[in-house]
Design a protein. Structure first.
Length: 572
């Protein structure tokens, strides 16, 4: 900064404001005890990037984008992480013995002196937007690097795990931030929440502790400090304490639950530990209770399928099954159905493991296998509670299936899920469990198979001209391309470089009519049932996926990732 110029003079020299306006901003920053650049941006005196570019030119500093901050290892080691995260700065380079540091606020009092003292070297500044500095710091040092840095510096305090048995319904901001391991675990959960992750995996490796988030159904490695392995035992023990587990038991798998509030949102965290060769692997499933209460219009159904399902879920009796692998949105669909038909004149009872989302007006029951309260036991007693609609979280065995069928045949509407690859496969699965085909045929009204595909990021998607031979090989409807545009994922800051933001469903709805019932009783293969349904107009998962590609919702690669080739189509 020019020693003879005041901040007001420098701001006025940028041409973005006059001297009086600059002094007004400086007075406002002092009155609110807020940094000057932050005040200028928040109070709409100037846009951040435009302001920083103008200041860089005026002060003779480089202006950097986040992806341009890629310092050598020696520069990264020049300043302790705790200092960097405290001031929201990041080293950009070493230049003739001096450290070039990217900052979003060159006017911050004492910043240069504090950094010079911490580095033991001269400091030179570069300017970059605050959000991009924070992202670069996380990318270069890893989440929680400042916390671990404080632990390492404070060798006088041994690592101890807080003795509380549970932290249910505590706000994450109220937890003890002075305990560094506590803070690090909080940071991991907070980062995952901000990124929209559904799962966190803490995985011990031979030489490091890997942390990965599942975002939009795909696992993404999260940058972590290289010294994280040293604190593996303390971190895993902390998670187990929060989940009410036995921290002394490391040889057997355990399950637990953490209840948190983040920014007023109720967050359920389901925790599972599994002993591995390098220590206990921990998986955390994040469930935002309100996020599951979607209407049917939010599921990604085409108009025709949505109308068909609305007719099916208002039938007086029968079984409606949703099939698909873990994480394919089956529970979300069931809750959407219940949300659609829930009313004061219907008694709705669910039995689940676990109760993922709480719904007002519905009686929800949690199974407890450890005391013998299984799906079958609960379902048998539900029938004595005069229900109109029953939702069974999953049909896992013959006993549960038999009771569900009995309920459907005695005038109840039953919703449930099965783990099968397609809709017709549910029939074979039930018969394999030992259910008589005539019972399957007479009780099931429809089977919905579904998968989740990632939505294209609207900010960066771009048209593509796919290879015709590739389209022939995968069975894509080329005749419809002329009237539509096919897009591919590009990647931008808004979507974290993935090209995708959010997910939607692709569906296959098999309505069990008289023809299908006849085929089930004849014990024909699931492929024969599916072939007949396709001839009668059923859209397969992949065909529904192609429709979403032609609508510009997703990509060909996403549909191929989540769906199998439709063998039944080649036979019709």
């Amino acid at each position: 900064m020019h020693p003879t110029q005041s901040p007001a003079e420098i701001l006025a020299a940028t041409g973005l404001m006059d001297r009086a306006r600059a002094e007004e901003a400086i007075a406002l920053a002092r009155a609110k005890s807020r940094p000057l650049i932050e005040t200028l941006v928040r109070e709409n005196f100037a846009r951040e990037e435009e302001l920083l570019r103008a200041l860089a030119g005026q002060l003779g500093y480089p202006f950097l984008r986040g992806d341009e901050i890629a310092p050598a290892r020696e520069a990264l080691e020049a300043l302790p992480p705790a200092t960097l995260f405290h001031f929201n700065v990041v080293p950009a380079a070493l230049e003739n013995g001096a450290v070039r540091v990217a900052t979003a606020d060159p006017f911050r009092p004492g910043l240069a002196d504090a950094l010079r003292l911490a580095a033991g070297r001269p400091i030179r500044f570069a300017l970059a937007p605050a959000a991009e500095i924070a992202k670069a710091a996380k990318r270069l040092y890893g989440v929680g690097a400042d916390t671990l840095d404080r632990i390492i510096q404070d060798q006088a305090q041994p690592l101890e795990i807080a003795p509380e048995a549970s932290l249910f319904n505590k706000d994450i901001d109220d937890l003890d931030q002075e305990a560094s391991v506590v803070k690090f675990v909080n940071q991991i959960i907070w980062e995952a929440y901000q990124d929209g992750a559904t799962d966190i995996h803490i995985e011990p490796q031979e030489n490091d502790l890997r942390v990965r988030y599942r975002i939009d159904g795909v696992l993404h490695p999260t940058p972590v400090p290289p010294q994280l392995k040293r604190f593996q035992s303390a971190i895993i023990s902390r998670v187990k304490v929060m989940a009410g587990m036995d921290i002394a038991e490391k040889r057997l798998p355990q399950d637990g639950r953490i209840g948190l509030r983040i920014r007023g949102e109720d967050l359920d965290v389901r925790v599972s530990t599994m002993p591995t060769v390098y220590g206990e692997s921990v998986s955390l499933r994040l469930l935002l209770r309100r996020s599951g209460l979607l209407g049917m219009d939010k599921l990604g159904l085409c108009a025709e399928d949505e109308e068909r399902l609305k007719r099916l879920i208002t039938r007086p009796h029968g079984i409606l099954l949703v099939t698909g692998p873990t994480g394919s949105g089956k529970s979300t669909s069931l809750y959407a159905w219940l949300h659609t038909i829930n009313s004061v004149d219907k008694r709705v009872i669910t039995i689940e493991e676990p109760i993922e989302y709480e719904m007002p007006g519905i009686n929800q029951i949690q199974v407890k296998p450890e005391i013998g309260f299984t799906f079958a036991v609960g379902l048998r007693h539900i029938l004595r509670q005069d229900p109109d609609i029953i939702m069974v979280g999953e049909i896992r065995d013959k006993e549960t299936a038999e009771i569900a069928i009995r309920a459907a045949l005695t005038g109840h509407l039953v919703f449930s899920t099965l783990h099968t690859n397609d809709s017709a496969g549910a029939v074979t699965r039930l018969v394999d469990m030992g259910i008589e085909p005539f019972l399957v045929a007479s009780s099931i009204e429809a089977i919905v198979a579904q998968r989740l595909v990632r939505r294209l990021c609207p900010a960066c998607r771009r048209p593509r001209a796919p290879d015709e031979r590739m389209l022939d090989r995968i069975g894509f409807p080329k005749a419809r391309i002329e009237e539509r545009t096919i897009y591919e994922a590009a990647g931008c800051e808004a979507c974290r470089g993935t090209g995708y933001r959010g997910r939607t469903g692709v569906y296959e709805i098999l309505t069990v009519n008289e023809t299908v019932r006849s085929l089930i009783v004849q014990r024909v293969s699931s492929n024969a049932i599916k072939s007949d349904a396709i001839r009668r107009g059923m859209r397969t998962l992949r065909q529904d996926g192609w429709n979403k590609v032609l609508e510009g919702v997703t990509t060909i690669e996403e549909v191929l990732r989540v769906s199998e080739e439709d063998e039944a189509l080649t036979e019709t």
